[in-house]
Design a protein around this ligand. Sequence first.
Ligand code: ADP
Length: 170
Amino acid sequence: MTINRPIVAVYPGSFDPVTLGHEDVVRRTLRFCDRLVVGVARSSTQSKRPLFEVSERLEIMKEVFAGDDRVECVTFSGLLVEFARSVGARFIIRGLRAVSDFDYEFQMAQMNRELWHDVETLFLTPDVHYSFLSASLVREVASLGGDVSAFVSPAVLERMRHRFSDRAPG
Ligand code: ADP
Protein backbone atom coordinates (compact mmCIF):
# COMPACT_ATOMS: atom_id res chain seq x y z
CA MET A 1 0.00 0.00 0.00
CA THR A 2 1.34 3.44 -0.86
CA ILE A 3 0.71 6.22 1.60
CA ASN A 4 0.89 9.64 0.04
CA ARG A 5 2.97 11.72 2.39
CA PRO A 6 3.54 15.38 1.59
CA ILE A 7 6.98 16.02 0.16
CA VAL A 8 8.83 18.35 2.50
CA ALA A 9 12.30 19.75 1.77
CA VAL A 10 14.75 22.14 3.35
CA TYR A 11 16.83 24.63 1.40
CA PRO A 12 19.73 25.77 3.57
CA GLY A 13 22.13 28.61 2.94
CA SER A 14 23.49 31.89 4.17
CA PHE A 15 21.32 33.99 1.83
CA ASP A 16 23.33 37.17 2.45
CA PRO A 17 21.36 38.43 0.59
CA VAL A 18 18.78 36.22 -1.12
CA THR A 19 19.31 36.54 -4.90
CA LEU A 20 17.21 35.78 -7.96
CA GLY A 21 19.31 32.60 -8.26
CA HIS A 22 18.04 31.42 -4.88
CA GLU A 23 14.50 32.43 -5.85
CA ASP A 24 14.82 30.43 -9.05
CA VAL A 25 15.85 27.33 -7.07
CA VAL A 26 12.87 27.80 -4.74
CA ARG A 27 10.48 28.12 -7.68
CA ARG A 28 11.85 24.97 -9.29
CA THR A 29 11.62 23.04 -6.03
CA LEU A 30 7.95 23.93 -5.67
CA ARG A 31 7.26 22.04 -8.89
CA PHE A 32 7.69 18.76 -7.04
CA CYS A 33 7.59 19.68 -3.38
CA ASP A 34 4.54 20.34 -1.17
CA ARG A 35 6.33 22.38 1.45
CA LEU A 36 9.74 24.02 1.43
CA VAL A 37 11.48 25.25 4.55
CA VAL A 38 14.20 27.75 3.63
CA GLY A 39 16.76 27.79 6.42
CA VAL A 40 19.10 30.68 7.05
CA ALA A 41 22.15 29.20 8.73
CA ARG A 42 23.17 30.95 11.95
CA SER A 43 26.55 29.30 11.94
CA SER A 44 27.87 30.34 8.60
CA THR A 45 31.04 29.16 6.91
CA GLN A 46 31.19 32.59 5.31
CA SER A 47 34.55 34.09 6.20
CA LYS A 48 33.87 37.76 5.54
CA ARG A 49 31.83 40.14 7.60
CA PRO A 50 28.17 39.62 6.71
CA LEU A 51 26.24 42.32 4.92
CA PHE A 52 23.02 41.60 6.83
CA GLU A 53 22.58 40.06 10.25
CA VAL A 54 20.80 36.71 10.24
CA SER A 55 17.58 38.26 11.64
CA GLU A 56 17.54 40.84 8.86
CA ARG A 57 18.17 38.21 6.18
CA LEU A 58 15.22 36.30 7.55
CA GLU A 59 12.99 39.39 7.45
CA ILE A 60 13.98 40.05 3.84
CA MET A 61 13.32 36.44 2.83
CA LYS A 62 9.93 36.42 4.47
CA GLU A 63 9.08 39.47 2.41
CA VAL A 64 10.41 37.94 -0.82
CA PHE A 65 8.53 34.63 -0.40
CA ALA A 66 5.39 36.09 1.19
CA GLY A 67 3.33 35.27 -1.90
CA ASP A 68 3.51 31.49 -1.47
CA ASP A 69 2.36 29.79 1.70
CA ARG A 70 4.18 26.58 0.76
CA VAL A 71 7.43 28.40 1.57
CA GLU A 72 8.44 28.94 5.17
CA CYS A 73 11.58 30.89 6.11
CA VAL A 74 13.33 30.15 9.39
CA THR A 75 16.79 30.30 10.91
CA PHE A 76 18.66 27.26 12.13
CA SER A 77 21.88 26.38 13.87
CA GLY A 78 23.71 23.13 14.35
CA LEU A 79 23.66 20.13 12.06
CA LEU A 80 21.71 20.45 8.83
CA VAL A 81 20.33 16.91 9.12
CA GLU A 82 18.97 17.69 12.59
CA PHE A 83 17.30 20.79 11.22
CA ALA A 84 15.78 18.76 8.38
CA ARG A 85 14.55 16.11 10.80
CA SER A 86 13.07 18.73 13.12
CA VAL A 87 10.83 20.12 10.37
CA GLY A 88 9.88 16.69 9.00
CA ALA A 89 11.94 17.00 5.80
CA ARG A 90 13.76 14.11 4.14
CA PHE A 91 15.04 16.17 1.23
CA ILE A 92 17.81 18.75 1.16
CA ILE A 93 17.81 21.12 -1.79
CA ARG A 94 21.05 22.61 -3.07
CA GLY A 95 21.79 24.65 -6.14
CA LEU A 96 24.53 23.70 -8.57
CA ARG A 97 25.80 26.54 -10.70
CA ALA A 98 29.03 25.22 -12.10
CA VAL A 99 31.60 22.48 -11.66
CA SER A 100 33.24 24.67 -9.02
CA ASP A 101 30.26 24.03 -6.71
CA PHE A 102 30.51 20.29 -7.13
CA ASP A 103 33.35 19.15 -4.84
CA TYR A 104 32.02 20.83 -1.74
CA GLU A 105 28.41 19.91 -2.45
CA PHE A 106 29.29 16.28 -3.14
CA GLN A 107 31.23 15.97 0.12
CA MET A 108 28.45 17.59 2.09
CA ALA A 109 25.77 15.34 0.55
CA GLN A 110 27.80 12.22 1.36
CA MET A 111 28.48 13.39 4.90
CA ASN A 112 24.83 14.22 5.49
CA ARG A 113 23.87 10.75 4.29
CA GLU A 114 26.36 9.25 6.75
CA LEU A 115 24.73 11.28 9.50
CA TRP A 116 21.20 10.34 8.47
CA HIS A 117 20.76 7.49 6.01
CA ASP A 118 17.23 8.43 4.95
CA VAL A 119 18.05 11.94 3.83
CA GLU A 120 18.38 12.69 0.11
CA THR A 121 20.17 15.72 -1.29
CA LEU A 122 18.67 17.02 -4.53
CA PHE A 123 20.68 19.32 -6.77
CA LEU A 124 18.94 21.80 -8.99
CA THR A 125 20.50 23.91 -11.70
CA PRO A 126 19.19 27.44 -12.12
CA ASP A 127 18.14 29.23 -15.25
CA VAL A 128 21.27 29.94 -17.29
CA HIS A 129 20.90 33.66 -16.53
CA TYR A 130 21.65 32.95 -12.88
CA SER A 131 24.36 30.36 -13.35
CA PHE A 132 27.13 32.88 -12.56
CA LEU A 133 25.30 34.56 -9.71
CA SER A 134 26.31 34.30 -6.06
CA ALA A 135 25.38 36.32 -3.00
CA SER A 136 29.04 37.16 -2.44
CA LEU A 137 29.36 38.60 -5.96
CA VAL A 138 26.20 40.67 -5.45
CA ARG A 139 27.63 42.00 -2.16
CA GLU A 140 30.91 42.86 -3.82
CA VAL A 141 29.40 44.62 -6.84
CA ALA A 142 26.93 46.57 -4.68
CA SER A 143 29.64 47.60 -2.22
CA LEU A 144 31.59 49.10 -5.13
CA GLY A 145 28.56 51.07 -6.29
CA GLY A 146 27.51 48.71 -9.12
CA ASP A 147 23.91 48.17 -10.18
CA VAL A 148 22.62 44.81 -8.91
CA SER A 149 18.96 45.35 -9.79
CA ALA A 150 19.07 42.49 -12.32
CA PHE A 151 20.18 40.04 -9.63
CA VAL A 152 17.96 40.65 -6.61
CA SER A 153 14.29 41.38 -5.92
CA PRO A 154 13.18 44.99 -5.34
CA ALA A 155 12.75 44.32 -1.60
CA VAL A 156 16.38 43.22 -1.39
CA LEU A 157 17.60 46.09 -3.51
CA GLU A 158 15.88 48.58 -1.22
CA ARG A 159 17.56 47.11 1.88
CA MET A 160 20.93 47.07 0.14
CA ARG A 161 20.58 50.71 -0.84
CA HIS A 162 19.92 51.62 2.78
CA ARG A 163 22.77 49.50 4.02
CA PHE A 164 25.31 51.03 1.67
CA SER A 165 24.09 54.58 2.25
CA ASP A 166 24.47 53.91 6.02
CA ARG A 167 28.03 52.82 5.39
CA ALA A 168 28.96 55.62 3.02
CA PRO A 169 31.57 57.99 4.45
CA GLY A 170 30.65 61.56 5.42
P1 ADP B 1 25.94 31.85 -2.23
O1 ADP B 1 24.74 32.40 -2.90
O2 ADP B 1 26.92 32.95 -1.86
O3 ADP B 1 26.60 30.73 -2.95
P2 ADP B 1 24.35 30.51 -0.17
O4 ADP B 1 24.88 29.79 1.03
O5 ADP B 1 23.34 31.55 0.13
O6 ADP B 1 25.60 31.19 -0.83
O7 ADP B 1 23.74 29.44 -1.17
C1 ADP B 1 22.78 28.53 -0.74
C2 ADP B 1 22.52 27.50 -1.81
O8 ADP B 1 21.99 28.14 -2.96
C3 ADP B 1 23.76 26.75 -2.28
O9 ADP B 1 23.36 25.41 -2.58
C4 ADP B 1 24.15 27.46 -3.54
O10 ADP B 1 24.83 26.60 -4.43
C5 ADP B 1 22.78 27.80 -4.08
N1 ADP B 1 22.83 28.95 -4.97
C6 ADP B 1 23.28 30.19 -4.69
N2 ADP B 1 23.19 30.99 -5.77
C7 ADP B 1 22.66 30.22 -6.75
C8 ADP B 1 22.34 30.44 -8.13
N3 ADP B 1 22.59 31.60 -8.72
N4 ADP B 1 21.84 29.42 -8.81
C9 ADP B 1 21.62 28.22 -8.23
N5 ADP B 1 21.91 27.94 -6.97
C10 ADP B 1 22.42 28.91 -6.24
